[in-house]
Design a protein around this ligand. Structure first.
Ligand code: LMR
Length: 396
């Protein structure tokens, strides 16, 4: 049965964890996967999460099955973070949110449902995009193509190229957009540019699939939702995958959500019934623990403000690491201008390192980065930053 099964390549991101864990060098640094570490190099357990967890344990709650679409208050909280508390779309019954197994799970439910309702659409992802986007939509049966996005020469956005790509997309193409903190480049369009993109999406009759896994890591929870709301204001049908993995530091709990905007309450009823079938035939219904914790925080004013404070602490620490990285590279004699790192947003920096340089970083210095040159700035800290900057200086 398995004779002809070929060996698959390692996952370009999670595969690095396997290599990193097997590395015995004590100086090793993992800048591969998108995970936030505190200045001690630890994945934090947020105070807001801990409080909600203690309350849950004390309540000794039973763990029956959740509804197929997940916890009601979790879905409500996730939706309000994206669309705001007073969204007219919600009042009209045109919004649906499903608890999902992380942002990836939300993308997968969305992709499977899209394949059911618009099987001939093509999917367009940014060039470059998160490593898993292409594979995930291909697995769902779609042909996936790139749209122009990053300009390596300026370390910025090729906005004209991006618009040109959009103009060439056939109607009903599915266009995957990173609503904030683009992964892997950290380069986002400005709000003015987004307005033009949104207009083009509508004119060309495209299907937007917004992916927002880093809400709160750009400028703040509300600020980072602006793009989602620009699209929502159009009132067109769309998909949004969101994640609390990073913002709640709950990676292993698989806490994400899929939100859909439909054109009527009647449509919502039918869509709800079909997406539930997608979920039921994949994993039946979502798990209880992580979702309950997130829901408690989102729905308690006290825990919510504690969470927001902790999230802003993470955001500020990352900014500080960006500044220190640029300064340290200079200190170690790098003459190339790395100031672009300061304007990139979110957890990542697309460093411009080649895959050969990334290999040398790993082999010679035990510093792990994604072969595209993406480094996770959120994994830098006051103890490892000098070592990392020196290692980068040496491979440049
Ligand atoms: C990343 O891009 O590193 C994260 O989103 C983790 C993942 O699942 O790839």
């Amino acid at each position: 049965l398995f004779e002809s099964v070929e060996l698959a390549p390692r996952d370009p991101i999670l595969g690095l964890n396997e290599q990193y864990n097997a590395d015995t060098r004590s100086s090793k640094v993992n800048l591969g996967v998108g995970v936030y570490y505190d200045d001690e190099g630890r994945i934090p357990l947020l105070k807001a999460v801990h409080k909600a967890e203690v309350a849950r344990i004390e309540a000794a709650a039973a763990r029956g099955y959740l509804p197929i679409e997940g916890l009601k208050n979790y879905n409500k909280g996730a939706q309000e973070l994206l669309l705001g508390k007073e969204s007219p779309l919600t009042k009209e019954g045109r919004t649906l949110t499903f608890q999902a197994l992380g942002g990836t799970g939300a993308l997968k439910i969305g992709a499977d449902f899209l394949k059911q309702i618009t099987p001939d659409s093509k999917v367009f992802i940014s060039n470059p995009s998160w490593e898993n986007h292409r594979a995930l939509f291909e697995r769902a049966g779609f042909t996936v193509e790139n749209y122009t996005y990053y300009d390596a020469a300026s370390h910025g956005l090729d906005f004209e190229g991006m618009l040109a790509s959009f103009k060439n997309m056939p109607a009903k193409s599915i266009v995957v957009l990173h609503a904030c903190c683009h992964n892997p480049t950290g380069v986002d369009p400005t709000l003015e540019q987004w307005k033009q993109i949104v207009q083009l999406v509508q004119e060309k009759d495209l299907i937007p699939f917004l992916d927002i896994a880093y809400q709160g890591f750009g400028d703040g929870l509300e600020e980072d939702a602006k793009v989602v709301r620009l699209f929502a204001d159009l009132g067109i049908s769309m998909f949004i995958s969101s994640s609390f993995s990073k913002s709640f530091s709950l990676y292993g709990e698989r806490v994400g959500a899929l939100t859909l905007i439909t054109s009527s309450a009647d449509e919502s009823t039918r869509v709800l019934s079909q997406v539930k079938r997608v979920i039921r035939t994949n994993y039946s219904n979502p798990p209880t623990h992580g979702g309950t914790i997130v829901s408690s925080v989102l729905n308690s004013p006290e825990l919510f403000s504690l969470w927001e404070e902790e999230l802003s602490g993470m955001r500020n620490r990352i900014r500080n690491m960006r500044q220190q990285l640029v300064a340290k590279l200079k200190e170690h004699g790098v003459t190339q201008n790395f100031d672009f790192v300061l304007s990139q947003r979110g957890m990542f920096s697309y460093s411009g390192l080649t895959s050969d340089q990334v290999d040398r970083l790993r082999n010679e210095h035990g510093v792990y980065a994604v072969s595209s040159g993406r480094i996770c700035v959120a994994a830098l800290n006051s103890r490892n930053i000098d070592y990392v900057a020196k290692a980068i200086a040496q491979v440049l």
